[in-house]
Design a protein around this ligand. Structure first.
Ligand SMILES: [Zn+2]
Length: 286
């Protein structure tokens, strides 16, 4: 099962770049898509781009440097890990070093809620803010990353897709409750992790976006305010539905470290560097 879990992860990551093309109207950079090892046939399946503008939900539209780091695999490396896995896998030791470095280098970990309050209400942020997020709900994140986060007194957001919760290799509901109890945020990553831009049925799309929110809120007794588009793929119809479901922001494409107040439903994110050296290069000492 572990092998299949890893395969799924690889698939998720490999076609993140393709999702960007689905949202080409908002494209700012081609860095990830150009460098990722993508599955070419999947490119061909992507729907065409839209140039429709994003809805504005903010009082401030200023650009803000606020990198949103995305982690998928945090666990010891295995000899069987292929190149695609190694590209996104971070060992616990490296993760610990990255977390130590952030604090020592002058960065401050904030939450999506902090970002939302900043853009919506003008609430100040600490200098050099960074958001930590984890995707897809792999149980390794609980086993290896969670203790390191708590040791550093950092909070992070875990985006899970509800159909996977409790499955082998994935976080259980009890583990999610433990994350919540420790101050972590749980966000929705849909029900079944589809390309939302390919879901034809409005009811099915609503289930993915709102249904997952309802399930998480009911099972965990929390309010779920953040959404992460599977594969980073979205279009104006998807964004409208995410807003209608009551989310306060949504994490989208995978390129820059900047955020803008009129892109609260297309927040920019970046896959976390997998070596301490590359991490330190990306986050210079402040
Ligand atoms: Zn995902």
């Amino acid at each position: 099962m572990l092998r299949s879990a890893v395969t799924i992860t690889t698939l998720c990551i490999a076609i993140v770049g393709t999702g960007i093309f689905a949202a080409g109207g908002y494209l700012k950079s081609k860095t990830w898509a150009e460098t990722a090892s993508v599955d070419q046939p999947l490119f061909a399946e992507i729907s065409t781009t839209s140039t429709q503008g994003l809805p504005t939900a903010a009082s401030s539209t200023a650009k803000l440097s606020l990198p949103i780091l995305v982690y998928h695999i945090v666990r010891p490396s295995y000899p069987s890990d292929d190149a695609a896995v190694r590209r996104i896998a971070v060992t616990p030791q490296t993760f610990d070093e990255e977390m130590s470095y952030l604090g020592n280098a002058g960065y401050h970990i904030v939450s999506f809620n902090d970002l939302e309050d900043h853009f919506r209400n003008g609430t100040p942020l600490p200098p050099h803010p960074v958001i930590l997020s984890f995707d897809d709900g792999w149980s390794d994140q609980f086993t290896y990353a969670f203790p390191i986060l708590t040791a550093h007194r950092y909070t992070a957001t875990f985006f899970v897709f509800t159909n996977a919760v409790g499955g082998q290799g994935f976080l259980s509901w009890d583990e999610l409750k433990s994350l919540v109890a420790a101050g972590m945020t749980i966000g929705s990553h849909s029900e079944s992790h589809p390309f939302l831009t390919h879901v034809v049925s409005t009811d099915a799309l609503w289930n993915e976006i709102d249904g997952s929110k309802q399930i998480l809120e009911r099972r965990l007794g929390i309010s779920v305010n953040e959404f992460a588009y599977p594969f980073g793929a979205y279009d104006p119809a998807v964004i409208t539905m995410v807003q209608r479901a009551g989310y306060r922001s949504a994490r989208g494409d995978f390129f820059s470290g900047d955020q803008e107040g009129d892109r609260l439903y297309a927040l920019s994110a970046m896959n976390a560097p997998t070596t301490t050296a590359s991490f330190e290069q990306r986050f210079p000492i402040r």
